[in-house]
Design a protein around this ligand. Structure first.
Ligand code: GLP
Length: 264
């Protein structure tokens, strides 16, 4: 696992956006096959998306040959609801880049048969060739996508029940009322994320410090599903001084030494 530490979220987001752009361009230079990316929602990726949008508008990057799959969506929330992940993604990314509408995939939390929806999603990912890169965030309790504590590290796309903690944290988007946050969601599994050739996780701010300590230094455990990244050959966490503040000084120094030695 690599850990990229930047001063703040603005610098970390720039690093992530430029890294993603470089990966998309590198594949485009090598093959005509599409670049398949997993995408996340939440406040964390907004600055990264803003930089990707800037690059597309400046003609420095194109999503014309990119296929995306979002990691999760609430169950039962109308697609047009301002806090649906469909609305979020269109507002903060898709409506401002040149990705083809048919290449955009987001789980349908209103599907009449959610299990069939999840199985079809896994198949669509495989049919697209599997993920080249998965961009994720992390919840305060270490959850990746909506894989709450005690989700199997072998889990695949499925319906999950959200923890009260997550509903309380996400209540800020729902009039500060946790009861308005849907109780269930569809989410890719931990194993779906880890099936990607590489995984980049963004985590900024002191509220993520415990999750990063558990994921980086703790045992690999279903209690902190981001810790599954320890078993991935190409996992990167992009963080800032606040979110990395709980790891040991020796761990911090090592990550900084790797950054310097490898010019990351
Ligand atoms: C939700 C999403 C996660 C996201 C997390 C953190 O739980 N399902 O994918 O990583 O929120 O959100 P934020 O970036 O707003 O802290």
């Amino acid at each position: 696992m690599k850990v990229i530490i930047r001063k703040n979220s603005a610098e970390g987001s720039l690093w992530a956006a430029h890294y993603i752009a470089a990966r998309i361009k590198e594949k485009a230079a090598r093959t005509n096959d599409p670049f398949v990316i997993g995408l996340c929602t939440g406040s964390t990726p907004i600055e990264t998306y803003a930089e990707l949008i800037r690059m597309v508008k400046a003609g420095e990057l194109s999503f014309k040959n990119v296929i995306s799959f979002n990691m999760d969506e609430y169950v039962g929330l109308p697609v047009e609801h301002p806090e649906s992940y469909h609305s979020f993604m269109h507002k903060y990314l898709f409506d401002q880049i040149d990705e083809k509408p048919e290449n955009i995939h987001i789980l349908n939390g209103n599907a009449p048969d959610v299990e069939a929806e999840c199985a079809a999603y896994e198949k669509a990912i495989l049919d697209a060739g599997g993920f080249d890169l998965f961009l994720g965030g992390v919840g305060e309790d270490g959850h990746i996508a909506f894989n709450e504590p005690f989700s199997s590290l072998s889990s695949r796309t499925r319906v999950v029940t959200l923890t009260q903690d997550t509903r309380e944290v996400n209540a800020r988007f729902f009039d500060n009322d946790p009861s308005q946050v849907p109780a269930q969601a569809l989410t890719v599994g931990v194993a779906t994320v880890l099936s990607s050739k590489e995984v980049v996780i963004l985590a900024f701010g002191s509220k993520k410090a415990r999750a990063l300590k558990d994921a980086i230094e703790g045992p690999m455990s279903h209690y902190c599903t981001l810790s599954g990244l320890q078993n991935h050959p190409a996992g990167t966490i992009v963080c800032d001084e606040n979110s990395i503040s709980e790891v040991k000084v020796s761990s911090y120094r090592y990550f900084k030494a790797v950054e310097a030695a490898e010019n990351l």
